[in-house]
Ligand binder design. Sequence first.
Ligand code: SAH
Ligand code: DHB
Ligand code: MG
Length: 222
Amino acid sequence: MDEHDEQIWTEVDHYIGTHLGVHDQGVDTALTSSVEAGLPEIAVSPPQGKLLMLLAASMGARRILEIGTLGGYSTIWLARALPADGELITCEYSSEHATVARQNVDRAGVGGLVDIRVGAALDTLPTLTGLFDLTFVDADKEHNADYFRLALRMSRPGSLIIIDNTVRGGAVVDASRTDPATEGTRALYAAVRDEPRVSATGIQTVGSKGYDGFLLARVLDV
Ligand code: SAH
Ligand code: DHB
Ligand code: MG
């Protein structure tokens, strides 16, 4: 991957955006206000955000769990798939990020559907009750195997669990990479491999966010 690759991936994301409606005021303002507030620019890309919305809408999701809110960009996309009596609980460690996200989800018109829980997700998740139709995991990568197991406990047959950043520029297969995020990603693949109650796949992606990917697991009727 060189600079030219990155540039054309970004141009194609832009091209997709000009044709397929992945930009509008609600989501775009969430991104710009997050940048202005000094949050890291690591939200999902616009096409990825819309994919999350389409997946949630396709399965008729009524209850969504998110781990890693940041400024609420992916939160807004996911909440848009919900019916008026739906619910999205999103877990965020940083109270500063949560404050920015609160403003963004309210401004985008989905605030009534979104419950932001501030704290370490490993502390918050055991306090949640009920089942979720879809879980989007996008926080500290070292805990991804734990997040997957906890999400599975709060799933029903047919639920989806989607985990972001599971390729990380190919780091996952680079034996010299032993940082906690990469090891956490490998632990996630091992946890999914060893879990007979899900059917899963991994998709590599390129785009304005570089070379990465996501893992998607469907909970089975077992
Ligand atoms: N899903 C967002 C991006 C999330 S970035 C989007 O696509 O728009 C990752 C977020 O996870 C950051 O805001 C970070 O503060 C948060 N985070 C990191 N560790 C966490 C933890 N242990 N519990 C909850 N949130 C955490
Ligand atoms: C990082 C985190 C993300 O969730 C992401 O999509 C991209 C980058 C990061 O921590 O660098
Ligand atoms: Mg991510």
